[in-house]
Design a protein around this ligand. Structure first.
Ligand code: F6P
Length: 461
């Protein structure tokens, strides 16, 4: 292969540039040219096919900085329609006109849905990314545990996990951690530590909402910030157990910190924070306010007296406050774990393409004996028998719903990712750069301005 293309699709993560960087550096070693397609599949559908040459003379362009969050190529949640064969042919025709021989897609499940039909016409591999850590499997036969049922509400079928293996080995996990996850947890753990001391001083109950859609990995990892209670989407809310624990903790320490995953459901299976009519272009539900809804539940359950008795607060409403960590989880400088493994996964994806693979995913595996290694997996292994990719969920054995904390195995799962996740340069970066006087004198220099100068179009040729 002499020339390949790369794109970033779906929501951004802090590690996208690191993945692109790893891919381009490996391509330099292999003597392969890399063209970056702008704005994910949106750029592929555009007849002008906007692109940037990422390694002229097999040297990585300086704008590609693996320490910079986001993606210099831009991202979009526009996807190719897998049933539109005409569109597929148009897209591959455009790639061929630029002499592109293979495509690396950096993305999550939505990207895989776009990439797999394309791979019928053109060699494609996926390098994974998602802060939600939900692209992967706890073990290889997990997709077989789903059943399909008719929905009582509309004509779309509902997929439900019927069972889960009681036990599994951590080395069974496909994609132990996806690039972006570690940095998201880094942000969340710090947010919790900061909210803790203010809740502690003012005798308040803090509810911190974290991202992750239907998967509770970010909430699980938030344990590093030592919240008192962690609620994950995989376990329906047990309101009376929660109330009991909150009363117990408030009585003991005069404040409580609760973390709630945005996709937590009530005992009937309804999302606490869903605006059900709102979905993104990939069909994912947009969550709006699990924390606010939980506050309403606690205000009702605890009442004002708990707070008034010792004159701590006038009312439950003023004592309980909510904060969303929000998009800060998705942005900024990636920590070392993400930078390193994202780059390796990108490099691995390029090698997979060059060695003739198609429709496969670059994966990060872990075992006690070997630590982290990079492998590849047929992308179809992620699908159930109806061809659906389900978000990987936190396995029941990783979380203790009685204690609202990670289980023993959950702790064992987290340790390989986080024990050495922060590099000394990450801390030095904060020390040296955050309060640099230069920040006051110079405006932010957007990579978009520099990349624009390198932009080329298929229609130029
Ligand atoms: O999938 C990544 C993610 O950050 C989710 O955790 C979150 O629900 C969603 O994207 C937010 O998407 P948007 O940026 O479109 O609001």
């Amino acid at each position: 292969m002499k020339r390949i293309a790369i794109l970033t699709a779906g929501g951004d993560t802090p590690a996208l540039n690191a993945t692109i960087y790893g891919a381009v550096e490996r391509a330099n070693q292999l003597g392969v040219e890399v063209l970056g397609i702008m704005k994910g599949f949106g750029g592929m559908i555009d007849p002008r096919l906007p692109y940037v040459h990422l390694n002229p003379l097999f040297s990585t362009i300086p704008e590609l900085d693996p320490c910079q969050g986001g993606t210099l190529l831009g991202a979009s949640r526009t996807y190719i329609d897998g049933d539109d064969t005409e569109q597929m042919k148009l897209v591959t025709g455009r790639l061929e006109k630029l002499s592109i021989e293979g495509l690396v897609c950096i993305g999550g499940d939505g990207t895989l849905n776009g990439m797999q039909p394309l791979s019928e016409f053109f060699p494609c591999v996926l390098a994974p990314k998602t802060i939600d850590n939900d692209l992967g499997l706890n073990y290889l036969d997990e997709p077989n545990e789903y059943v399909r049922e008719e929905s009582p509400e509309d004509d779309k079928p509902v997929y439900r996990k019927q069972s889960s293996r009681d036990e599994f080995e951590l080395s069974d996990i496909v994609n132990y951690a996806t690039p972006g996850y570690a940095t998201a947890v880094f942000v969340v753990a710090q947010a919790i530590q900061r909210i803790r001391t203010t809740a502690e001083s003012h005798r308040r109950i803090a509810i911190v909402e974290v991202m992750g859609r239907q998967s509770g990995y970010i909430a699980l990892g938030s344990a590093y910030g030592q919240p008192d209670i962690i609620l994950i989407p995989e376990v329906p809310l047990d309101a009376s157990l929660l109330e009991h624990r909150v009363r117990e903790l408030y009585d003991l320490q005069k404040h409580v910190v609760i973390v709630i995953g945005e996709g937590v459901v009530d005992s009937t299976g309804h999302w606490l924070g869903a605006v059900s009519s709102s979905v993104d272009p990939a069909g994912n539900i947009r969550f709006s306010g699990a924390a606010e809804q939980l506050k309403k539940i606690l205000v009702g359950a605890l009442g004002d007296d708990v707070f008034r008795v010792q004159r701590r607060h006038e009312s439950a409403d003023s004592a309980i406050f909510t904060r969303k960590v929000g998009h800060t989880q998705r942005g900024g400088r990636p920590i070392e774990f993400d930078r390193f493994h994202a780059a390796q996964l990108g490099g691995n994806a390029v090698e997979m393409l060059v060695h003739g693979q198609n429709n496969t995913m670059s994966t990060l595996q872990w075992s006690e004996q070997n630590g982290f290694v990079y492998e590849s997996l047929a992308a179809s292994k992620l699908r159930d028998r109806w061809n659906v990719i389900h978000p990987r969920i936190v396995h029941p054995s990783l979380y203790n719903p009685k204690r609202f904390q990670p289980s023993k195995l959950g702790v064992q799962y987290l340790m390989p990712i986080f024990t050495n996740a922060i590099g000394s340069d990450d801390m030095e970066h904060i020390r040296a750069d955050l309060f640099s006087p230069g920040n006051l004198a110079t405006r932010y220099q957007s990579v978009n301005i520099d990349v624009q100068k390198r932009l080329q179009y298929l229609t130029d040729d």
